[in-house]
Design a protein around this ligand. Structure first.
Ligand code: ADP
Ligand code: ZN
Ligand code: ZN
Length: 734
C-alpha cells in the first residue's frame, strides 16, 4: 500500500500547512478533512486539523513525521466549516493555523480527552392541585420567581446558561425546584424539528405593511444568497421583522444564527426570542465557560439547537442546517476583532451566507457606510423602516451652545431646567458621558505637572472610589501621589469630569432623586448590570448616568430626556471614521428617549454648535449626514469606495518599526497606493512604539495581489527580528 500523507493546520504563527504521514495502524477508517489529529511539532504535541486528506509529499520522505493519534470523538469539523475557515484565512491573509485556533472553542484546541456531561434543561412539572395557589402567592410575593416559572413553563426545556443570561439566579431556580414547580432533565440530543407549539402566537404582532414587505422579501429569497439591509430607526420594529422572518426557516427545520454585539448588555432581546419560539436555543458569549461554549458548538453542529444567538465569534459556529443569518446592529464596532486575527464578523457572515447559499439580514438604525453604500449601489436589498412601530414618536434632538450658558459640573442651565421638569413629571433622565472614572487626568495646580502613564505617554484617569490612577490604554495602575513629584506642592487636583464624578455631583444637585451609574466600572461584578437595568425599569432610579454601554439596545420606557454632555471630542479627529462613529453613537443614544408612548427629548451640549457636521446631523438626520459624508469619501477616494489594509509594526524602540516598514519595496506593487509609514494615532502604547503603512487600491483583487507581494518580502527584511508586525484588512482604527 502506498504511504498516506496529510496536510494539517497547526496553531503556530507560520503561514503554512504541515505535512504528516498516517501510519498504517491509524489509516482505517479513512482519514477525513476536518478531523482532529495529535501531532508532534518540535518538542510539543499539538492538535492539528486535517485540511487535505490525500496530500502529495514534497519533502524528503524520511523527514516526514507520523501523526501520533487520531482523536476519535464527536468534535471533528465539517468539510463546510473547514472551507469557510479557509476562506476567512485567505481574505485576511492570516495564518490558517491561527484562524482555526481562534475560531474553535478552547477545548477543541487541547489534546486532553473531552468529556461533556449530557446537556440538562429545566422544565415545568405537571400541575398539581396546589400549583395555582403556589403560583398566585409567587406572583404577589416573588415576582422574579414567577417570571422565571413563566419562561420555563412556556418551553419544553431551557438551559441554565439561557436562564442565567436572562438574569435569573441559581437561588431563584432552587426556590422553584423546592416548591416542586420545576424539574431538571437531560436534553435529548435529537435533531430539532418544528412542532405545532413551536411558535408562541400570543405576543406575535400584526406587521405594518412596511414590515410585512421586508419579511416577505426575505422569505422569497430563502435557499439562495442575498443580503438584506434593514435600515430602521430605533423602535421601528426590526426585531419583530427578524422574528417573523425566522418562522419559515424554522418551519423548514433549518437553523438560524443571530449575532448581536453584546448579549449580556441586552437580555431583553434574548428574552423576545425565548418568548416567541419554543425551541432549543444555544448561546455563545463571553459569560460562558469552556465546557458551555463547546456544548453550544456541539448542539449547533448536531442540529439539536434551532437557534444560535451569539456575539462576534459565533460566526464560526458550525451549523449543520443553517438557513438564515441575522446580524443586529451591523454598524457596531465590537463586531470587529481588534487584535491578532482582526476579522469583521459582519463581513465573514456575508462570506458564509454566500458559501452556503442562504440569505443574511443586517439590521441597524445607523448603517455603516460600507453597508449603506452596498445598499445604495444595489448590491444589497435595501429596506427602510422610517416610522417607529406602535405608538411612540421619534424624539427631537436639540443643540445647546455651551458658550452661551452657565455651566455647573458639565451641566448647562438649560439642561438642569429640563432635568427638573422631567423629574417633576415622574419620568427618568439619561445623561450620557463617554468617559468613565472620576476625572480623565490629575495635575499639579502650582507647576502644572500632569500624572502620565510612562508606557503610553497619556494621562492617568483618576478613580476616586478605588483611590487609584488607572491608564485606560494599557491598564497599568498607580497610587495617587500625596504631593507633586515635580515641585512638592500638595495642590494636586482632578482635571475634567468622568461618570464617577458626575454621579457624585448629581447627588448634591438632585438630593431627592436616586441616581444610578452604568459603566464598565460599576458593572464589573457578575450579574450587576442585569440588576441595575432591572432597578431602572422598576423605577428605583430617576437619574441614569452612563457611558456607551447605555447606548446599546436597551428599552427604557420611562426615559423621556436624554442628554449628551460632551460631543466635542469627536468633532476634530483626524481619523476619517471618527465622524461616522460619532454620528452613530449620537443617534443610538438619542434612540433611548421616548421609546414608549411618552414623547422624548434629546439635548446635545457642545461648544461648537455651528460645526457643519453637528448641524447636518441634528437638522437633517443620520441619512442626510451619511449621504453627504459618502460623497466626501468618494471624492477623497476613501473607503468604502476604495479598499484599505494596514501593515502594523511595533517595537520597544521608536526607530525599529519605521525602519522595518521603510525597508519594504513598494514601487513594484501595481495599482496599489501607499501612505506612510506613519506613527499610529497613539504612537506609544503599553511601552511599544507603533507605526503603520496604509495600502490602498480601487479593487479588492488589486489590494489582495499587492499584499501578497508585500508579504513575500517580509522574510528577508533586515529588521524582522526586532519588530512585531501584523496585517489588518479593512482597518477601522488607525
Ligand atoms: P427595533 O428592533 O427596531 O428597535 P422592535 O422590534 O423592538 O424595534 O419594536 C419596537 C417596539 O414596537 C416594541 O415594543 C415592539 O413590540 C413594537 N412593535 C414592533 N412591531 C410592531 C407592530 N407591527 N405593531 C405594534 N407594535 C410593534
Ligand atoms: Zn498606559
Ligand atoms: Zn507641581
Amino acid at each position: 500500500m502506498p504511504e498516506q500523507y496529510i496536510q494539517v493546520a497547526i496553531p503556530v504563527p507560520m503561514r503554512q500547512l504541515f505535512t504528516y504521514r498516517v501510519p498504517e495502524t491509524l489509516s482505517s477508517p479513512a482519514i477525513k478533512v476536518g478531523e482532529r489529529v495529535a501531532v508532534s511539532f518540535g518538542p510539543r504535541k499539538v492538535i492539528g486539523i486535517v485540511i487535505d486528506a490525500q496530500a502529495q509529499c514534497d519533502f524528503e520522505v524520511s523527514k516526514v513525521k507520523d501523526i501520533t493519534t487520531r482523536l476519535n470523538d464527536n468534535f471533528n469539523l465539517s468539510q463546510s466549516l473547514v472551507s469557510f475557515l479557509q476562506l476567512c484565512a485567505h481574505y485576511y491573509h492570516h495564518p490558517f493555523g491561527d484562524v482555526f485556533q481562534q475560531a474553535l472553542p478552547i477545548l477543541l484546541r487541547k489534546i486532553e480527552n473531552i468529556t461533556l456531561s449530557p446537556p440538562m434543561v429545566w422544565q415545568a412539572q405537571c400541575p398539581r392541585d396546589d400549583t395555582n395557589i403556589i403560583l398566585d402567592k409567587l406572583k404577589k410575593k416573588a415576582a422574579k420567581q414567577f417570571a422565571l416559572y413563566q419562561i420555563i413553563s412556556s418551553h419544553h426545556g431551557i438551559s441554565w446558561v439561557e436562564l442565567r443570561t436572562l438574569g435569573y439566579s441559581k437561588t431563584q431556580l432552587n426556590a422553584l425546584q423546592s416548591k416542586g414547580l420545576i424539574i431538571e432533565k437531560e436534553q435529548l440530543a435529537e435533531q430539532y424539528t418544528w412542532q405545532e407549539d413551536t411558535l408562541n402566537q400570543a405576543d406575535r404582532l400584526v406587521l405594518s405593511s412596511e414590515q410585512a414587505i421586508i419579511v416577505s422579501a426575505i422569505n422569497h429569497s430563502l435557499a439562495q444568497f442575498s443580503c438584506h439591509l434593514i435600515d430602521g430607526v430605533t423602535g421601528s420594529g426590526k426585531t419583530e421583522v427578524y422574528l417573523q422572518a425566522m418562522e419559515e426557516v424554522l418551519a423548514n427545520n433549518q437553523q438560524v444564527l443571530v449575532i448581536v454585539p453584546e448579549i449580556g448588555l441586552t437580555p431583553q432581546t434574548l428574552n423576545r426570542f425565548e418568548q416567541r419560539f419554543n425551541v432549543p436555543i444555544a448561546l455563545h458569549h463571553s459569560g460562558l465557560n469552556d465546557k458551555e461554549r463547546l456544548a453550544t458548538w456541539l448542539s449547533a453542529q448536531q442540529g439539536s439547537a434551532a437557534i444560535v444567538i451569539g456575539t462576534r465569534s459565533a460566526v464560526f459556529t458550525p451549523l449543520h442546517r443553517l438557513g438564515l443569518i441575522i446580524i443586529d446592529e451591523e454598524h457596531d464596532s465590537s463586531l470587529k476583532q481588534q487584535d491578532s486575527f482582526r476579522y469583521h464578523c459582519r463581513d465573514m457572515a456575508i462570506l458564509r451566507a454566500r458559501q452556503l447559499n442562504i440569505p443574511i439580514v443586517l439590521g441597524t438604525a445607523t448603517p455603516s457606510f460600507e453597508s449603506l453604500q452596498n445598499a445604495l449601489s444595489g448590491k444589497y436589498s435595501y429596506h427602510q423602516l422610517v416610522n417607529r412601530a406602535g405608538k411612540s414618536n421619534k424624539a427631537k434632538i436639540a443643540l445647546i451652545d455651551m458658550n452661551q450658558q452657565q455651566v455647573e459640573f458639565g451641566l448647562s442651565g438649560t439642561l438642569k431646567q429640563e432635568m427638573k421638569q422631567t423629574l417633576a413629571r415622574g419620568e427618568q433622565v439619561l445623561l450620557f458621558l463617554n468617559r468613565r472614572g472620576y476625572a480623565p487626568a490629575i495635575n499639579c495646580q502650582e507647576c502644572h505637572w500632569l500624572a502620565e502613564c510612562q508606557r503610553c505617554d497619556k494621562p492617568y484617569t483618576l478613580h476616586q472610589k478605588q483611590q487609584l490612577l488607572i491608564c485606560h490604554h494599557c491598564g497599568s495602575q498607580k497610587r495617587i501621589p500625596p504631593q507633586c513629584p515635580s515641585c512638592g506642592s500638595i495642590r494636586i487636583a482632578p482635571l475634567g469630569q468622568g461618570t464617577e464624578q458626575l454621579e457624585s455631583r448629581l447627588e448634591d444637585l438632585f438630593p431627592e432623586s436616586s441616581i444610578v451609574r452604568i459603566d464598565r466600572d460599576s458593572t464589573r461584578k457578575k450579574g450587576e448590570l442585569t440588576k441595575l437595568l432591572q432597578e431602572v425599569s422598576d423605577k428605583k432610579h430617576q437619574l441614569l448616568v452612563g457611558t456607551q454601554m447605555l447606548a446599546k439596545g436597551h428599552h427604557f420606557p420611562d426615559v423621556t430626556l436624554v442628554a449628551v454632555l460632551d460631543v466635542d471630542g469627536a468633532l476634530f479627529s483626524f481619523d476619517f471614521r471618527a465622524s461616522e462613529q460619532m454620528a452613530q453613537l449620537l443617534i443610538q443614544v438619542a434612540g433611548r428617549a421616548g421609546r414608549a408612548s411618552k414623547p422624548g427629548k434629546v439635548l446635545v451640549q457642545s461648544s461648537f454648535v455651528d460645526h457643519p457636521l453637528l448641524q447636518d446631523l441634528v437638522h437633517n438626520g443620520y441619512h442626510h449626514f451619511a449621504h453627504q459624508a459618502l460623497t466626501e469619501r468618494q471624492q477623497a477616494r476613501l473607503p468604502p469606495y476604495t479598499f484599505q489594509a494596514l501593515l502594523r509594526a511595533d517595537a520597544n524602540y521608536p526607530s525599529y518599526p519605521e525602519k522595518f516598514l521603510r525597508a519594504l519595496t513598494l514601487q513594484s506593487l501595481d495599482g496599489c497606493e501607499f501612505a506612510g509609514p506613519v506613527p499610529a494615532a497613539m504612537e506609544k502604547k503599553a511601552g511599544k512604539f507603533r507605526y503603520h503603512l496604509i495600502i490602498q487600491a480601487t479593487s479588492r483583487k488589486v489590494l489582495h495581489r499587492g499584499i501578497l507581494q508585500l508579504l513575500a518580502q517580509i522574510p528577508d527584511n533586515e529588521w524582522l527580528g526586532k519588530v512585531r508586525w501584523s496585517l489588518d484588512i479593512d482597518p477601522i482604527d488607525l
